[in-house]
Ligand binder design. Structure first.
Ligand code: GRF
Length: 202
């Protein structure tokens, strides 16, 4: 069966990358295959996960290419050379330009650790999202997988999953629960859904 070629873009720990790798192993992802992991951080632990699973990996940094434009050009070249059909942003700490998102329109997805449109947009990443959710006193938060366009966290929503806030939660505790109960579930499901749509439209 033909599969969509998937690239996962990472910057850090890579637990969402791991969820995708596991999703392929346990059959949740049948229509896509991770062919490439790209990190903008040479020290990302996500690269170790890729290595352990014999997935091709590469590091591209802004420093190396003297700024955002050269960095994005190289990223586009690598993604095209590897015939990537679907780009998954999994903890990728860089905002991509309109030129980049237009190049891969409806071919880029991202996982965000809140129920969009709450606690999202520029500046809302990592623990900050959960800190703000706790500050506001929401009783329910969660995660969203969405298409990526030029507006940070602004593209069409694919899947969302709610997670309850608990008494005594810290940002760290809430972050872990949101990952475990929502991100690691809906991200592989979204990879399958969009991969399936891509191969059927080909
Ligand atoms: C996750 O919370 C994800 O939603 C956010 O960054 C974090 C990445 O974690 N965009 P990991 O690198 O996948 O472990």
């Amino acid at each position: 069966m033909k599969k969509a070629n998937v690239a996962v873009l990472v910057s850090g720990g890579g637990t969402n990358l791991q969820a995708i790798i596991d999703g392929e192993k346990n059959g949740i992802i049948k229509s896509g295959k991770v062919r490439l992991v790209v990190s903008n951080n040479p020290d990302a632990y996500a690269l170790e996960r890729a290595k352990a699973n014999r997935i091709k990996r590469t590091v591209i940094t802004k420093k190396q290419f003297k700024g955002a434009e050269g960095f994005e050009k190289e990223l586009i070249r690598v993604l095209k050379d590897n015939k990537i059909d679907l780009i998954v942003l999994a903890g990728f700490m860089t905002i991509l330009s309109k030129r980049f998102t237009d190049t891969f329109s409806r071919r880029i997805i991202n996982v965000h650790p809140s129920l969009i449109p709450s606690f999202c947009g520029e500046g809302f990443y990592g623990l900050k999202v959960h800190e703000e959710a706790l500050k506001k006193g929401v009783k329910v938060t969660g995660a969203t997988v969405h298409f990526v366009n030029e507006i940070p966290d602004g593209g069409e929503i694919i899947f969302q999953k709610a997670v309850k806030v608990q008494e005594g939660d810290t940002p760290e505790k809430l972050q872990k629960r949101v990952m475990k109960q929502a991100e690691w579930k809906i991200l592989p499901q979204a990879v399958e859904k969009i991969s399936c749509e891509i191969i059927n439209n080909k």
